[in-house]
Ligand binder design. Structure first.
Ligand code: HXC
Length: 520
């Protein structure tokens, strides 16, 4: 064997050892917990044979607490690049089999290198998190490592899509990296996120709560909104992320890939002509409207179980990726509250940052009132959604289906927030408020003065009728040019698709500034 042959053999052996991470026993333990290893996850995520690893031989530099006895190649994270459906992505996967995936300074350097390269070439970063947090033996060095990752999360924000998969523990300050990224997905039962675990919670506040209830996938996907998606298992998680990526561009200078469709834009849907119930207090299925308008009925929902009174997600219209925002009359009558506003605002801002046009379907009775909402700053939170729509320069097409009242009318991508093409169905009510409220304010005294209940009811009815005739229709808005047209519901797909086609070359600027000051 020549010297060179021996050198190559040594390389192959060293690589094989590095690929085993913490070794067979720890891999077995990982599997026993129902979890895949970092490399198995990357193999599922990336196109076969596309993974190219960075820094496989990087080792930690810690000498405290006996750490110098072991220097596994690669340390506790696998990093590199690969492709998903042929498109370049950068990845890092924390390896729980090496010191519980705990973050050393060298691990942070590996992760930062991936992020720096991704932003340099303009490709998404996907982080697979499964870690015991800061490597305790490294002390402040590990914290510095987190700080460097967070800074890069911030600098990459709005430049390249950043996606976090939580596939194991993610606790303490470590949660802030996912929180700074665009989308967070958690795997049910095997992942959790919290600032302090159940034991600390109990000692500090006396509250008894388990890991799952405190920071499991279902909790964060439904109650806190920290997670945009919850997956049933790791395979499902990876399938969801691949699907999400198919709607996104590589970076803020690009556009999302076209998805050719055989679904004609001229497809009419008669069902939409009968979908609005006669009774304005009755709900209908907003999902049916969304599916009817978009290509092939395919809708990829974001934040599905959080603030369900608003629906947000991605779809294609005539092959182009669009972000859909729709009030959901079936949940809290589609009212805007703190969480719905936060959810909508974050989504609108993501779409705007990444050149994804916005389709807004409106049926909103207003903002939720009451002390709980006011004390929770519904004003500031509602302003987030208003701000997000108002600053967005991507093509904005809005269709008002039914109610569009008061401040909520303005917030939901109205004309004055630089909505580009605003349509309404004949069933639309674009007004300051509904008839019940308006009549009470305008004729309250007159109504109270009438002592005969029958006559009182007749006055209310008559005034409501007058108000409805005048305001509760789309024609006031149409007469004043606040909407472009009143359209037949069955033609919505065609009108929306053509509007987006017209707007494809849209260019709009916002005044130069250091950065905005969105009401956080
Ligand atoms: C060093 C760690 C570690 C850590 C785990 N390990 N977490 N080593 N630093 N943070 C090691 C364990 O010692 C163990 O090594 C191996 O990883 C596997 O861990 P186990 O405990 O055996 O696994 P499991 O039972 O599944 O428990 C996982 C765990 C637990 C729940 C994550 O390990 C744990 O509670 N770790 C500490 C979590 C924590 O408090 N981290 C600091 C958070 S604060 P051996 O060799 O014995 O097998 C933080 C600050 C960030 O992260 C601030 C950013 C600004």
């Amino acid at each position: 064997m020549s010297i060179q042959d021996k050198q190559i053999e040594a390389l192959v052996e060293r690589r094989a050892k590095a690929r085993l991470g913490g070794g067979p026993k720890r891999i077995e333990a990982q599997h026993a917990k129902g979890k895949l290893t970092a490399r198995e996850r990357l193999a599922l995520l990336l196109d076969e044979g596309s993974f190219e690893e960075f820094d496989m031989f990087v080792q930690h530099r810690c000498t405290n607490f006996g750490m110098d006895a072991s220097h596994p190649d690669g340390d506790g994270v696998v990093t590199g690049q690969g492709t998903i459906d042929g498109r370049l992505v950068f990845v890092y996967a924390q390896d729980f089999t090496v010191n519980g995936g705990s973050l050393s300074k060298t691990m942070s350097e590996k992760i930062c290198k991936v992020m720096d390269t991704a932003v340099k070439v303009g490709a998404p970063v996907i982080g697979l998190n499964d870690s015991g947090g800061a490597r305790i033996q490294e002390g402040i060095d590990a914290l510095a490592g987190y700080g460097e990752i967070f800074e890069r999360n911030i600098l990459c924000s709005g430049v390249i899509p950043q996606i976090s998969l939580i596939m194991g523990p993610c606790a303490g300050g470590a949660v802030y990296s996912p929180a700074l990224t665009d989308f967070t997905l958690m795997v049910d039962k095997t992942s959790y996120m919290f600032l302090t675990g159940p034991a600390v919670v109990k000692s500090v506040t006396g509250e008894v709560v388990d890991q799952e209830q405190l920071g499991g996938a279902r909790i964060h996907a439904s109650k806190s909104g920290v997670a945009h998606f919850a997956a049933d298992n790791e395979q499902d998680a990876i399938a969801k992320i691949k699907c999400l990526l198919s709607y996104l561009p590589q970076n803020n200078l690009g556009t999302a890939p076209l998805r050719p469709t055989s679904d004609p834009i001229s497809r009419v849907d008669d069902a939409l002509n009968t979908i609005i119930p006669d009774n304005p207090n009755k709900a209908y299925d907003m999902y049916a409207v969304i599916r009817s308008v978009v290509d092939d009925g395919d809708f990829f929902e974001v934040h599905k179980d959080f603030a369900r009174n608003i629906i947000v997600g991605f779809a294609h219209v005539n092959g182009r990726s669009v972000g859909v925002v729709a009030n959901q009359p079936g949940v809290l009558a589609g009212v805007l509250d703190i969480n719905a506003s936060r959810k909508g605002a974050r989504f609108v801002r993501f779409c705007d940052a990444f050149n994804i046009p916005l389709l807004t379907l409106v049926d909103v009775p207003g903002f939720l009132c009451g002390t709980q909402q006011e004390y929770g700053a519904v004003i500031t939170n509602g302003a987030k959604l208003l701000y997000a729509y108002g600053e967005a320069t991507v093509p904005k097409v809005t269709v008002t289906l039914r109610k569009s009242y008061g401040g909520a009318h303005i917030v939901m991508s109205c004309k004055q927030l630089r909505g580009d093409i605003n349509y309404a169905w004949p069933s639309a009510n674009i007004a300051v408020m509904g008839a019940d409220g308006a009549v009470g304010v305008l004729y309250g005294k007159e109504i109270k003065a009438e002592e005969d209940p029958e006559k009182q009811a007749a006055i209310i009815e008559q005034k409501k009728q007058e108000y409805n005739d005048l305001f509760c229709n789309p024609y006031q808005a149409a007469q004043k040019g606040y909407i472009e047209d009143v359209i037949e519901p069955r033609n919505t797909r065609f009108r929306v698709a053509r509007a987006f086609e017209v707007l494809e070359g849209k260019r709009q600027e916002i005044p130069a500034k250091k950065h905005d000051n969105i009401p956080l």
